[in-house]
Design a binder for this molecule. Structure first.
Ligand SMILES: NC(=O)c1ccc[n+]([C@@H]2O[C@H](COP(=O)([O-])OP(=O)(O)OC[C@H]3O[C@@H](n4cnc5c(N)ncnc54)[C@H](OP(=O)(O)O)[C@@H]3O)[C@@H](O)[C@H]2O)c1
Length: 312
């Protein structure tokens, strides 16, 4: 497993982190097995959110870490807040960056995770009604009181980051964004800049360049999915050409296709971290070697094209 610094912090995190969005519903034994497998593979970073399984994912993760006797300082814990869903399912809920909501959400997360602090807390999606002064005070309180060591955002473009940053005492260290071979708009847009085709459409305001300029770490979520949780592209006949190239490189490198797809993300000079969501111990073991594969320039572009992207 290779490791990387997160933003400008003191943290050295595994380049592949485990995301626990899909951990709710796992039994205590299953969760222990999943978390032990991740640790054995060198993963030391776990990403959750207050909304995953209505809090259940964090609770199952916290219990598994406790059951395994993992020392708090041996893992890096991250959670996200700011989305206040309506768990009755009648509507999507609201986004809420108010002090009351953020503090009560984080307190509940710390209890579920069985810890007194998280290492990183991210604002999940921008609340249109955010009071910037109130948010600045709240985030300062969260860090000063020791509830979280560092802060970041998720799903935000540069101008939202700048707007928030101007009102925050702490640097935004992380931006969690969807990125992968079948969600490659961030790099495709850069290479199509100034063209009149759809691929030139700027959907994130240049989040990738911004992260490289500011030293924020991009965390790539849903690295093996296409669409918004539509399914995986691995072994999916809709992506036959991509699977062919993945299989060829996987065979040459002696790793799985999943590992090659992860290596494609890690090859980018922005030094993104991957948030992998597999809950299958066998697949986790197949994914982890992706952190140690360095793709050639040719291989990276071959995969980019095979995924249905083009170059002008
Ligand atoms: N910030 C945000 O807004 C946001 C949004 C979504 C997610 N996230 C974070 O990103 C993490 C990862 O998201 P994700 O779970 O969507 O990522 P992912 O790693 O792309 O997808 C994992 C899912 O794909 C399945 N899968 C992978 N390879 C497969 C294969 N070869 N065949 C069949 N199924 C396969 C896995 O099944 P198995 O479990 O059986 O392996 C699992 O259900 C989340 O846990 C969360 O922490 C953040």
């Amino acid at each position: 497993m290779n490791y990387q610094t997160i933003g400008s912090t003191e943290y050295e995190a595994s380049r592949i982190a485990m995301g626990v969005m899909r951990m709710a519903g796992k039994t205590r034994d299953e969760a222990r097995d999943i978390v032990q497998t991740a640790l054995n593979c060198g993963m030391n970073f776990f990403d959750s959110a207050d909304i995953y399984g209505a809090g259940e994912s964090s609770r199952v993760l916290g219990q598994a870490l406790h059951d395994l006797g993992v020392a708090r300082d041996d893992v890096i814990l991250q959670t996200k807040f700011g989305i206040a869903p309506d768990f009755t399912g009648k509507r999507n809920g609201i986004y809420d960056f108010s002090r009351d909501h953020l503090l009560s959400s984080l307190e509940a997360e710390l209890e579920r995770l069985q810890t007194d602090h998280v290492d990183f807390v991210l604002l999940h999606r921008l609340d249109a009604l955010c009071d910037l002064d109130e948010l600045g005070d709240t985030m300062a309180h969260i860090v000063d009181s020791g509830m979280a060591r560092h802060i970041g955002v998720s799903n935000m473009g540069p101008w939202s980051c700048e707007m928030l940053q101007a009102n925050l005492d702490q640097k935004l260290e992380v931006n969690q964004l969807q990125f992968g071979l079948c969600h490659a708009g961030m790099v495709r847009m850069q290479m199509h800049e100034k063209m009149e085709d759809d691929a030139a459409a700027d959907r994130d305001g240049g989040a990738l360049s911004y992260a490289q300029l500011t030293g924020m770490t991009i965390q790539a979520w849903s690295p093996l999915q296409y669409g918004m949780f539509a399914g995986t592209f691995i072994d999916n006949e809709q992506f036959a050409e991509l699977n062919g190239v993945l299989a060829q490189i996987a065979e040459e490198r002696g790793v799985s296709k999943e590992a090659v797809a992860i290596a494609w993300i890690l090859r980018h000079p922005a030094r993104m971290q991957v948030i992998s969501g597999s809950m299958d111990p066998e697949r986790i073991r197949a994914i982890a070697p992706g952190a140690d594969v360095e793709l050639t320039r040719q291989e990276w572009y071959d995969l980019y094209i095979a995924a249905g992207n083009d170059l002008p």
